[in-house]
Design a binder for this molecule. Structure first.
Ligand code: NAP
Length: 291
């Protein structure tokens, strides 16, 4: 398939590379051009604008920071929406709001273009190794047509529903679960450190209980306080808690724990941790314990 890939940050670079490896023709665009060099060396064509990347594309995949970045890249003067052909589709893999996903679906439909939401779980290493979990949603025929792209970047594709925003709701609730785990590690480790117990001993016990690579990986990162360089920046984690709460409000489903997590991410941001990994939320509990 001929594809446009827009947004070569921590996640997008690995995803674009795996699409090339799967044999697709990929034209990339990134706001900071420097980041396109490695992909160009791997065989990607490089475009000067999102529109230029989209002209021949059957699908345009975006992997950008947030709603504002997606709005700029899609609806801007040389944006995706102006250049993508009729019957081509935009696939948004960024973690964005359910509201933005509905706006994208409407605006693309008005232009005769398809739209799917396909946010992903997994950190940059997983993106590089084709181990992401893709949550796709949208019209069944479009999901079927573009499933090979999800299979090229991930180890599993879960279809969340026929309306694109449903995939974003799943992604936001999933990140809420992971954030809750990070908060639990922070609180437990603070108590254990004061009880003079090695967090790795606790980590072993939790591995035996949960047998989850996500628990094992984050348990080690928090125990070793490996918060830099960030795999997932805390300021983006804060964005996700805000969006999870927005979705909760839309659905009239209170999420009191998400409110607490939002405030703890905000406290961490206020303490200069915005560019650290989001697992550094554990420092909030440590500070509260006088550590
Ligand atoms: P990142 O490394 O900060 O990359 C962000 C990308 O967005 C960069 O390509 C950046 O371009 C681009 N961008 C930001 N604002 C823009 C604008 N106004 N116009 C054009 N381009 C813009 O972020 P990431 O970690 O890859 O995350 C990308 C998305 O995936 C986010 O929605 C995040 O929540 C989600 N996600 C992240 C992870 C993770 O572990 N990192 C996992 C799953 C999902 P420049 O290079 O020019 O700055």
């Amino acid at each position: 398939m001929q594809l446009a890939f827009i947004g070569l940050g921590r996640m997008g670079s690995g995803m674009a590379r795996n699409l090339l490896r799967a044999g697709h023709g990929v034209t990339v665009y990134n706001r900071t051009r420097e980041k396109t060099k490695a992909l160009e060396a791997d065989g990607a064509a490089v475009a000067d604008s999102p529109a230029a990347a989209c002209r021949q594309a059957e699908a345009a995949i975006t992997m950008l920071s947030d709603d504002d970045a997606v709005a700029e890249v899609v609806f801007g003067e040389s944006g995706v929406a102006r250049a993508l052909g009729r019957n081509a589709a935009h696939i948004s893999s960024s973690t964005i709001s359910t509201r933005m996903a509905r706006l994208l679906a409407t605006r693309h439909a008005e232009a005769g273009q398809g739209y799917l939401s396909a946010p992903v779980f997994g950190r940059p290493e997983a993106a590089e190794q084709k181990k992401l979990v893709v949550i796709a949603a949208g019209p069944e025929d479009l999901v079927a047509r573009f499933r090979p792209l999800f299979e090229a970047v991930g180890r599993e594709t879960v279809v969340a529903g026929r309306e694109p925003w449903q995939a974003n709701a799943v992604k936001l609730c999933g990140n809420f679960m992971i954030a809750a785990m990070l908060e639990s590690f922070g609180e437990a480790y603070a108590a254990l450190r004061k009880a003079r117990i090695d967090p790795h001993v606790f980590g072993h016990a939790m591995d035996a209980l949960f047998a989850s690579p996500v628990y094992a990986n984050y348990g080690r990162i928090v125990a070793e306080e490996r918060f830099e360089p960030a795999g997932f920046q805390l300021k983006l984690g804060l964005k996700d808690m805000r969006l999870a709460l927005e979705n909760a409000r839309e659905c009239a489903a209170p999420m009191p724990l998400a409110s607490l997590l939002h405030d703890h991410f905000l406290a961490a941001l206020a303490n200069g941790q915005g560019e650290m990994d989001w697992s550094s939320i554990a420092r909030v509990a440590a500070r509260n314990a006088g550590l």
